[in-house]
Design a protein around this ligand. Sequence first.
Ligand SMILES: Cc1cc2nc3c(=O)[nH]c(=O)nc-3n(C[C@H](O)[C@H](O)[C@H](O)COP(=O)(O)O)c2cc1C
Length: 164
Amino acid sequence: MSLAFELTDEVLEQLSGKGAFLTAGSDKVNTMTIGWGSVSVYWGMPVFIAPVRHSRYTFGLLEEGSEFTVSVPLDGTMDKALGICGSKSGRDTDKYALAGLSLKDASEVEVPVIEGCGYYFECKLLTSCDLEIDALPKEIVDRYYLNGDKHRLYFGKIVAAYKA
Ligand SMILES: Cc1cc2nc3c(=O)[nH]c(=O)nc-3n(C[C@H](O)[C@H](O)[C@H](O)COP(=O)(O)O)c2cc1C
């Protein structure tokens, strides 16, 4: 099976370090920046894999919820907002006001997306698992996990993927 949607180099570049907005939550919605994100086919369906550390406020929202969205900014104008959503926590900050971001309805899930981005993924959670830190090479552990704050990988079935 191949992906039924086109992924441009620009989208892949944002998901390979530059950043995208991951939004989750039902009663309270929150958005955080993710630098890494994988798009592939698992179990015969298109899947988005998002790595979220246990310490994030969004982690708890993902654990309680069943959906998430990923909004990918493509023109560089949202770099400051990516920085704010990647450094402030929704626990104690209204990141939308601070970063000047607005939410808009998604097409296939209840969790909204961020207005003004160039590409969107809407996902229904399938499963999640923790990255096994002990099994990683020492140089990676030393660089990314000295404080023990693990990533949990969230596998979401991509129910919509589209350019804006
Ligand atoms: C460019 C960039 C990429 C990031 N990538 C991730 C990531 O993939 N996973 C993660 O858990 N945190 C990542 N972060 C850090 C979180 O976005 C940050 O801790 C955020 O404040 C968490 O928000 P929350 O507490 O409201 O969930 C990234 C930050 C930046 C600036």
